[in-house]
Design a protein around this ligand. Structure first.
Ligand code: ZN
Length: 138
């Protein structure tokens, strides 16, 4: 199963691709629907005629929240009251929306973070076993 087109449509495959530097979603051959969540069935028309499709990794910020009361796993990375992290919804250029961490924004002054900011996927941050998707301004 080394051929890219034959990976199973699972979250595990999604993360494998990410580690290869590829941000992959699933495109439906029947209706053209694109999805970030890797599933073997189209969420729109329920066709099983789906294939992997690579996203550009570009998008824009739709909404966000800066979080200063952080879970333990984030506290261990240095986030907290004095260093909040930003969680947002990104509208990919290809259409789908995904939730992701937003890096390199002024989380202590969230009024400076602008909806519509153009973002680029940051794959280098994805070194963990179940990495969180992260974007940073272009
Ligand atoms: Zn479909």
């Amino acid at each position: 199963m080394s051929d890219n087109t034959t990976k199973e449509f699972t979250a595990a495959s999604f993360y494998e691709y990410l580690k290869e530097g590829k941000f992959m979603g699933v495109r439906c051959g029947a209706c053209g629907q694109l999805a970030v969540e890797a599933r073997a069935i189209c969420q729109k028309c329920h066709s099983t005629d789906v294939a992997w499709a690579e996203f550009s990794g570009k998008g824009q910020l739709a909404t966000f929240t800066c979080i200063s009361i952080v879970p333990q796993s984030m506290a261990e990375k240095g986030y907290g009251r004095s260093n909040p992290y930003c969680s947002g919804i990104v509208i990919l250029d290809e259409g789908p929306r995904i939730s992701a961490r937003i890096l390199d924004v002024d989380t202590l002054n969230p009024q400076r973070i602008k909806i519509g900011t153009k973002l680029q996927l940051d794959i280098e941050d994805l070194s963990e076993n179940t990495p969180a998707l992260a974007f940073r301004p272009e």
